[in-house]
Each structure stands twice: as C-alpha cells, then as structure tokens.
Design a binder for this molecule. Structure first.
Ligand SMILES: [Zn+2]
Length: 377
C-alpha cells in the first residue's frame, strides 16, 4: 500500500510539479482508491492528465488564531470564584472548540505550517514570504495554543493537568473529573481534539500541519514540573515530557517560546535587557531540552516590541526569527532576518465583543458559543 502511494506521488509530480506532496486526495479513502486506479491505468497514454485536485497560488491574508488550554468542565471553571471571570474572557471551552472546527473547515480553512510561510532568498540570504499553493478556494490557517503548562492555579478549575501518551501511544490529556477521578481523555484540550479531527478530515491540514504550542517555563512544561523536582523524580518527568514532545512534533505540532516567567514586566513593556536575558536563558536551559530548538517567539500578553528595540533585536539574535504578537487583523511582514505574524484570540472575549468580525472571518458565534458561560461583563 505504502509503495503504491509513493508510486502515485511520483506520477503526480510528473503530471504537475506543484502537487508534489499534497495529500488532499487522500481525504476519502474510497475516492482516493478510485483515483489511483484511474491514474495507474491511464498512465501510458495520458501522462499529462491534470490531477483532480489542482493547486493554485494563494494571494490572500494568512490568518493565525490562538487559544489557551481549553475548559473541559464548565461547572468547575465558571463556579463564581475569583478566576471565573478571567476564564470567561480569555479561555475557550471544549464544546466551543469542537464546534468551531467544522465551521472553519466549511469556510475553506486549512491548517498550515508557519515555517512553510517563510523561505530564505538563496542570493541575499534574507527571509522572504514563500509562495502558498492550495486547492482553489482553500485558505491557510495557522493555529497556536498559549501556556501549555497546565499551571497549578488551574488544577481545580476544570482544565487538564498534563499531556500524556494514551494506551495507543497518542497524545492525550490527564484530567480530574468533577467527581474526583483522574482519567486520560482525548477531549480535554486542543491537541488530541485537533489530532482526531484531522484524522477524520485530512483535508483540514496541509501536509499534516497542526499547530504551535507556546510554553513558558516557571512551572515546567506540558504539565511536568521539571523546574521544581529533583533527583529521580526530575529525570522521570523530563523523560516523560520529552516523549510527549517528540510525539507532538512527529504529528505536525511545533513549539514556541512564550517567555520563561510570563512576568508583568512584559505586559507594561518595562522588562529590562538584563531581565529579558535572564528569562530567555532559563527557558533555554530548562524547557528547550524538552521541546527542542525553536525559532518561534510567541510573546507573553501578545506584546509587540518595535523592530528596532534592543530587546526585540536581542530575541532575533538569539534565533527567534518568527515573532507572533496579538492583533485583530492578520499581518505577516518580513524583514531580512525576522518575520512578524500577528494572531487573533478565539475566546470568550472575541466571541462576545467582536462577534461580527468573528462571523465575517471565521464562524457564526451563535453556532459555537457555550451556553454555560456566565454573562460577560
Ligand atoms: Zn500567555
């Protein structure tokens, strides 16, 4: 089977070079099977036949949406405690995320790898926008998830507590149910839900791309408290977290630095060079061994430094060539050694306060909005 698919790919390349690795035709196994037969049978006479899925150059804006860890149990998140209002603003619930995906698919969005938006000009050595080829009517979509750390303060509020590998070796979440049982779930956060959605709808992902996980470091990574533990416990946690990270990378996910501290001094732009260096050095020391190197910096609080700011230049010099702040409208702008790609939050705040924009651009909020949310003040 694998060999036959490889053969088909080669034939497709011969027929039309730009379709080289595009797996869109595989969305429906039955259809794909028929197409393969047709192509194989017709090959000797009709080598030039254009494949059914032709790719066209995409010229529109590239959208980048982001989330935080999802609320899996509404009754624990919206229980009226001091954190409930924040969750109502800045978080998305599992039922909302699950409802968004088919809507985004319907609108023609296709998950796209952020690294595929960038290429290096071989003559000048400078970064520039790489051309995008997708089936007619499809639109690239970059997705990211912030603070995939499963912080202590969220533990009793209906969020997952860590990422683990389930009995099939796939990325899943550990979560405590409202009844107090600790279970492994595929419906508690973005990653397993999206993995399963793409499995059912491969046409929602370009070449298997999924999204970017932005990690801080002060409470470890992916729910593993590698910054607090010592000895054997530490070794075990690092090994487990690395296993999960490797599986994520194998399945279309990427990692980004989201700062180590997520300190308020980012929010008000008062972070000094010394603080930023210390922050970045700790991220590289404790978190990068788990995630591997990354050139993506997802700024805490969505802040955006001026490109000439010495703090921004420091991050670029440290290897972060793709910088993602928050902004309503999509922007993808290039300088010779860095790229800025803005992101939009699809959370309670945006769905309530920017309902029309969300409807025009992504989905009808009324079809998605979780009725368990308290009224947004
Ligand atoms: Zn954050």
């Amino acid at each position: 089977m694998k060999l036959r698919i490889a053969v088909i790919c080669v034939l497709l390349v011969a027929a039309l070079s730009v379709v080289a690795s595009y797996l869109y035709v595989m969305k429906d196994r039955a259809v794909a099977e028929t197409e393969k037969e047709t192509i194989v049978e017709n090959l000797p006479e009709e080598k030039e036949e254009v494949p059914k899925v032709e790719l066209v150059k995409y010229e529109g804006p590239v959208h980048h949406i982001f989330f935080h860890s999802l609320i899996a149990y509404d009754e624990l998140a919206f229980d009226g405690d001091s954190r409930a209002e924040g969750y109502n603003y800045w978080m998305t619930t599992v039922s909302e995320f699950e409802a968004m995906l088919p809507e985004l698919l319907d609108r023609g969005y296709v998950l796209y790898d952020i690294e595929e938006l960038v290429e290096i000009d071989s003559e000048t050595g400078e970064m520039r926008k790489k051309e995008i080829y997708l089936p007619e009517g499809k639109k690239p979509l970059v997705l990211s998830v912030d603070d995939v750390n499963y912080y202590e303060y969220m533990k009793t509020d209906g969020f997952a507590t860590k990422l683990v590998l389930d009995e099939n070796g796939e990325v899943a979440n550990e979560i405590k149910t409202p009844e107090g049982d600790v279970i492994v779930s595929r419906r508690a956060d973005v990653m397993p839900i999206l993995d399963d959605f793409v499995k059912a709808h491969p046409e929602f992902s370009h070449n298997g791309a999924k999204g970017i996980l932005a990690l801080t470091g002060y409470q470890g990574a992916l729910g593993y408290r590698v910054t607090d533990l010592t000895g054997e416990e530490l070794n075990l946690a690092i090994a487990e977290a690395t296993k999960v990270a490797n599986k994520l990378k194998e399945t279309g996910w990427r990692f980004a630095c989201h700062s180590y501290t997520h300190n308020q001094y980012f929010k008000n732009y008062t972070v000094t060079m010394a603080q930023l260096k210390h922050d970045n050095e700790r991220w590289k020391k404790y978190i990068q061994p788990i995630t591997g190197e990354t050139n993506i910096y997802i700024s805490p609080f969505g802040v955006r430094f001026k490109r000439t700011d010495e703090r921004y230049r420091y991050l670029v010099e440290e290897g972060f060539s793709i910088f993602c702040p928050v902004q309503k409208t999509p922007e993808l702008s290039f300088e010779k050694d860095n790229v800025i790609m803005t992101r939009f939050n699809l959370d309670g705040y945006s769905m309530a306060k920017r309902k029309e924009y969300v409807k025009e651009t992504y989905f009808d909020v009324d079809k998605v909005y979780d009725s368990n949310r308290p009224e947004l003040k």
